[in-house]
Design a protein around this ligand. Structure first.
Ligand code: NAP
Length: 305
């Protein structure tokens, strides 16, 4: 494949940025990849493992002469980073981000993007519970969705090029508006994470009663919750603080359903429970058929990482 961006700057060198770097390099889509992270430790690790071509100390330095700038930091700091890099962006460059929330990121970043620079927010729907510069792998985006959320005056050519980059590293790309994105993600990712955090919290309380049984007999259902609940605390704190409305809306609906199921259990309404579980089983089949997961007992994750 040919080079799409002569110079790419990655701000943040964690799971997502690292995976992008490895995938872009493998596909030959970037001339030079420059990266930076907040801590000297992460920058040193990135240098040591050769994650990018060049590691620099500041975001302002990283974006100098970059054709594509990727903000791959927690959602809550995107605005500060945008403010820092704004004056140093090259005219004609594209700024994108990979944040899990779009409305709040656009509100925080857009005001700092100067005239003549394209801002095209994005969100790859791919991740693991691991984070940091060693967590990335080139296949992370393979057959995963990447949602682009162009702002009203985004340049079609700049969008097309960014789309080509994501497709070039294996993703399927769709465009979506920010409010819709935030609602869809509240259903598919944000609320489920909160529920997993809660369930693990409950089990942790219980463990004090039953000693180590919760861990010892931890079976598939609970184990899967613990995997999700091991996700990065900073990232997820920021997701809930910035996707507040949509998450609360979905959690409200969740609570209603939970009460309905609770009532069915209390009243012994087996028919209701069976019908409910039949419906949800069909959703799981749909996900497998859509190629978004495998039927393997461990959900195919051992292969992914
Ligand atoms: P990560 O592995 O924790 O990496 C985050 C990176 O951001 C680190 O290099 C960190 O540097 C840097 N950073 C943190 N705070 C900073 C600050 N104040 N200034 C400058 N750099 C800072 O996170 P990730 O999983 O790659 O997530 C990055 C973004 O992708 C987030 O917005 C997240 O919502 C989104 N996302 C995540 C997933 C997922 O499943 N993980 C999936 C899709 C999208 P240090 O190491 O020096 O702290």
């Amino acid at each position: 494949m040919s080079v799409l961006y002569p110079r790419v700057a990655l701000i943040g060198l964690g799971l997502i940025a690292g995976s992008m770097a490895l995938a872009m390099r493998r596909a030959g889509l970037a001339g030079e990849i420059v990266g930076t992270a907040r801590s000297a430790e992460t920058r040193a690790t990135a240098r040591e493992i050769g994650l990018v071509d060049r590691v620099v100390d500041t975001a302002a330095e990283a974006v100098a002469d970059a054709d594509l700038v990727v903000l791959a930091v927690p959602v809550g700091v995107m605005g500060d980073i945008a403010q820092e890099i704004g004056p140093h962006l090259k005219p004609g460059a594209t700024v994108t981000d990979v944040g899990s929330v779009k409305g709040a990121v656009i509100a925080a970043v857009a005001p700092h993007i100067p005239e003549g620079v394209h801002f095209i927010p994005g969100h790859p729907l791919a991740g693991t519970e691991h984070s940091g510069p060693r967590a990335g792998f080139a296949d992370l985006f393979q057959n995963r969705w990447c949602l682009l959320v162009p702002v009203p005056d985004s340049d079609p050519q700049a969008i097309a090029r960014l789309r080509a980059l994501w497709e070039g590293i294996g993703a399927n790309v769709e465009e979506m508006d920010p409010d819709h994105h935030d609602l869809v993600l509240a259903v598919t990712s944000h609320a489920p994470h909160l529920i997993a955090y809660t369930m693990v919290g409950v089990a942790d309380d219980l463990r004090r009663v039953t000693d180590s049984e919760v861990i010892k007999y931890s079976a598939a259902g609970f184990r899967d919750f613990t995997r999700i609940a091991a996700s990065d605390p900073t990232m997820w704190r920021d997701v809930f603080l910035t996707n507040k409305e949509a998450t609360l809306e979905i959690l409200g609906r969740f609570t209603e359903e939970l009460f309905a199921l609770q009532r069915a259990i209390r009243t012994g309404d087996g028919q209701m429970l069976h019908d409910y579980f039949t419906r949800t089983r069909a959703i799981r089949r749909g996900i497998i058929e859509a190629g978004q997961d495998t039927d393997a007992p461990d959900f195919g994750r051992s292969k992914a990482h």
